[in-house]
Design a protein around this ligand. Structure first.
Ligand SMILES: NC(=O)c1ccc[n+]([C@@H]2O[C@H](COP(=O)([O-])OP(=O)(O)OC[C@H]3O[C@@H](n4cnc5c(N)ncnc54)[C@H](O)[C@@H]3O)[C@@H](O)[C@H]2O)c1
Ligand SMILES: [Zn+2]
Length: 381
């Protein structure tokens, strides 16, 4: 069994992320963080059905008998209503300040359980056990928790770092192909922002998905996950709470590459058509197109990103949704207006060279025409 560990530093605190195959069964990492108080596993029926017994067995060895709370499966359960139910269940389980929440699942479970952990009694210990590729490389680290509201994605949330993150790559064996594509899109995002080294490492695993090879059989998967996490950790360490005034390449805002369009696409299709990562896949291609039209980047970047996103798997066509360019534009405006912010576009000059461009520097007729072309073109393909 190969096990890699990295330490994520955020301000004066740090936590370990362990990555390896079989960790859920063979490891003793949870003992490192064994809480003295009670423990609640938050998961959903599907993931708990697959991996719950393993986790219960491991905790049993450590003398821990946790409570279990299962939330509904899907983005629509990333809501305040779910948080309220989790917090109620923590109180029912008499989970005190020395207690611990274990999030076992993808980004939805992690975001919502993390939020609940951060507000229950003003914060109890949180252990993330991500089970999707996206959650492994992205959402389980960095400390952003949150839920969606009618005003948009992640409108309510906290910055709350986990105490420990445990990544058992074996669980990827049961992950559906679309979820792998979604995770690969976020991995491509990190690669495109970080530079040629991470970009190339990431593109090497892409073809395994299209060739129907199991991701768990890909050589160097643990290394890739670690390198992805190192990049995310470096950005988080420099700007843990995403300073609203940040405007340089070290700002945490750059991690929103592909997300302005992506979130709007998710929202205007009522979260029913696209997985989050798939919407980010389209969002990166849109951002690349906009970068070209603003003469920040040349066509090579657009072609390169189109090639790698295509190789990650097929994305649901935008045309299949009847979404109109105006719907996307409205969703972008509404999202940001509700947050009292101006839209900022994360664009690329080249791989590894992100740039933050305020909406005021993007002529509205140009944005409209790029959107129109993009939606029409992607409808026909
Ligand atoms: N907090 C952050 O920094 C951050 C970063 C990126 C994304 N996110 C959020 O993460 C969410 C998306 O996360 P996601 O892509 O993991 O989606 P998800 O949590 O909905 O999981 C995707 C699907 O895979 C299933 N699943 C999970 N693990 C499985 C496994 N091992 N085998 C089989 N099925 C499994 C789930 O039940 C679900 O149906 C979005 O809400 C997004 O906003 C947060
Ligand atoms: Zn994302």
């Amino acid at each position: 069994m190969k096990r890699l560990t990295i330490q994520i530093r955020v301000r004066r605190e740090s936590y370990d992320v362990e990555v390896g195959s079989g960790l859920l069964v063979n490891s003793r990492p949870l003992s490192l963080e064994t809480p003295t108080g009670r423990c609640l596993i938050v998961s959903n029926r599907k993931v708990f059905g697959l991996y719950g017994q393993k986790l219960l067995g491991k905790l049993g060895e450590l003398g821990i008998e946790p409570g279990v709370y299962l939330i509904g499966d899907g983005e629509r359960f990333k809501s305040l209503r779910t948080v309220e139910a989790i917090v109620r269940s923590m109180s029912d389980a008499k989970l005190g300040r020395d207690g611990c929440v274990i999030a076992l699942g993808g980004g939805v479970v992690g975001d919502v359980a993390g939020f609940a952990a951060s507000v229950h009694l003003r914060g109890v210990r949180l252990i993330q056990i991500p089970t999707t590729l996206l959650a492994m490389i992205d959402s389980s680290v960095g400390g952003k928790t949150g839920v969606n509201t009618v005003h948009g994605k992640n409108m309510i949330g906290t910055f709350y770092q986990p105490a420990h993150v445990l990544i058992d790559t074996d669980v990827l064996a049961t992950l559906p192909q679309r979820e792998i594509t979604a995770g690969l899109c976020e991995a491509i995002k990190h690669g495109a922002l970080a530079g040629p080294d991470l970009f190339e490492r990431t593109t090497k695993v892409l073809d395994s998905n299209s060739q129907d090879r199991r991701l768990t059989e890909v050589d160097g998967l643990e290394d890739l996950i670690i390198n992805q996490l190192r990049f995310k950790a470096s950005i988080v360490a420099a700007d843990a709470k995403e300073d609203p005034a940040g405007c340089g390449a070290a700002s945490r805002k750059i991690l929103n590459f592909g997300h302005t369009f992506g979130h709007a696409l998710e929202k205007s299709t009522k979260y029913k058509v696209f997985k989050h990562g798939e919407a980010v896949g389209w969002g990166m291609l849109f951002a690349a197109e906009l970068s070209k039209k603003l003469e920040l980047a040349d066509n090579t970047v657009v072609e390169l990103l189109n090639d790698v996103v295509r190789r990650s798997g097929s994305l649901p066509p935008i045309g299949s949704t009847n979404v109109r360019p105006e719907d996307i534009l409205d969703a972008i405006r509404f999202d940001k207006k509700s947050a009292g912010e101006d839209t900022q576009w994360i664009l690329l000059r080249a791989i590894g060279q992100p740039v933050i461009v305020p909406q005021s520097e993007v002529p509205s007729n140009l944005l409209r025409s790029v959107l129109k072309d993009f939606v029409r073109h992607r409808s026909n393909s």
